[in-house]
Write a protein that binds this ligand. Structure first.
Ligand code: ADP
Ligand code: MG
Length: 386
């Protein structure tokens, strides 16, 4: 799960991470009121969407007066902000963060992620702040320091000093950075984060160290331990079909291809996408109805697939274990009657009650293409989508 910058900053400041003063607003008057309360001379108005690159996209603006804060807030609120992370369709801005503008001397980078290979948390730091770190990693990997933290020992102060020196810090700013890095690490581990990124981490002209931007991702499987984090979830940021899928207990991820997939089990769903690619086409979605889906869930899943106008064929790939093939067949037949399936439907069934499932389908009068195995069925699906 992702949260907004303003939420990440609120959370991080509880851990002693220094952030600029500021508050979130959803109306221009509220933005002006917050600015007045900040009692500073220069402000920044920042669009709150779950995507980076807002600065370049025109979603981060400096204001020199309360009137300007109000005007910029009214411009940014309601805009469709397009950045390299939103895709060309962009994202509607419904909230802005109004904060004091910092006098930036240096922009640095600080990030933490879980490194599966070493089973550690790895801290990344670079003097190339404010830029895309992926780009730095590609062109100048030596400009990124990677410091591994053994989770059983925890992050030690000497490691933070090493990071601070690598960032070129001196004197009092070293201690301030150490405090910030320790705070970020504690926030990361306490809340089961999978990623925390401060880009840029800044040093101000006055020698303060601030997290000027903040991005945090949380492990969905650990959210039950953090109801306060879960409350920060913003449904506006999610694909509506993916939200609908969650309601029905279905894992659905929309993709860009033309072949809709309905599969049971995440592993089979992945290999179904692979085999579609292998035969030269692209999947329109990942969809796992789960191990013990009901006919109702199958119906809902088919509706979701059909709601995507890019879908040119549907490939149902089911291995009946706990899930019975006749349940799938029933779901398909009901869906066909209820919503009408106008694109070719390719079905591969195997496993529990497969004979009964096949019989139901063949007696349904539906125009269904079958395959004797996964490879053949996938090839037929790709052919049918053309
Ligand atoms: P994004 O990464 O989505 O572009 P950031 O929060 O990193 O958004 O902001 C982009 C840039 O805007 C920063 O690199 C910084 O130069 C400037 N900026 C952001 N917040 C402030 C602030 N409070 N004071 C001064 N400049 C800021
Ligand atoms: Mg940023």
């Amino acid at each position: 799960m992702n949260i907004h910058e303003y939420q990440a900053k609120e959370l991080l400041s509880k851990y002693g991470v220094a952030v600029p003063m500021g508050k979130v607003a959803s109306h221009e008057d509220e933005a002006e009121y917050i600015a007045k309360d900040l009692n500073v001379e220069k402000f920044v108005v920042k669009a709150q969407i779950h995507a980076g690159g807002r600065g370049k996209g025109g979603g981060v603006k400096v204001a020199n007066s309360l009137e300007e804060v109000k005007r910029l807030a009214s411009e940014i609120l309601g805009m469709i902000l397009v950045t390299h992370q939103t895709g060309p369709e962009g994202k509607l801005v419904t909230k802005v963060l109004v904060e004091e503008a910092s006098n930036i001397a240096t922009e640095l980078y600080l990030g933490m992620v879980i490194d599966r290979a070493t089973e550690n948390i790895v801290i990344m730091a670079s003097q190339e702040g404010g830029m895309e770190i992926e780009e730095v990693a590609r062109t100048n990997p030596e400009k990124i320091l990677k410091e591994h933290v053994d989770p059983t020992v925890g992050l030690l102060p000497y490691q933070c000093r090493k990071i601070a020196y690598f960032l070129g810090l001196k004197g009092k700013t070293v201690n301030k950075a150490v405090k910030l890095i320790l705070g970020l690490y504690k926030a990361f581990t306490d809340n089961d984060c999978s990623l925390a990124e401060i880009n840029p981490l800044i040093i101000t002209n006055e020698g303060e160290v601030y997290a000027l931007d903040a991005k945090m991702n949380f492990d969905d499987n650990a959210l039950f331990r953090h109801p306060d984090v879960e409350k920060m979830h913003d449904p506006n940021e999610e694909d509506p079909t993916e939200l609908e899928a969650k309601k029905w207990g279905i894992s659905y991820v929309k993709l860009d291809g033309s072949i809709g997939c309905l599969v049971n089990g995440a592993g089979l769903a992945m290999s179904t996408m692979d085999i579609i690619k292998h035969h030269g086409a692209e999947p329109a979605n990942f969809l796992d109805v789960g191990g013990g889906a009901t006919a109702e869930q199958v119906l809902q899943a088919l509706k979701m697939i059909l709601s995507d106008p890019n879908v040119k064929a549907i490939f149902v790939n089911i291995f009946g274990g706990i899930m019975k093939c006749d349940t799938i067949a029933e779901g398909i037949i009901t869906a066909a009657k209820e919503v009408g399936i106008e694109v070719p439907l390719i079905v591969r069934l195997e496993g529990t009650n497969v004979e009964l499932g096949r019989k139901l389908l063949s007696e349904s009068g539906l125009n269904i293409i079958t395959g004797k195995d996964m490879g053949e069925a996938a090839a037929k699906a790709v052919e049918a989508a053309k």
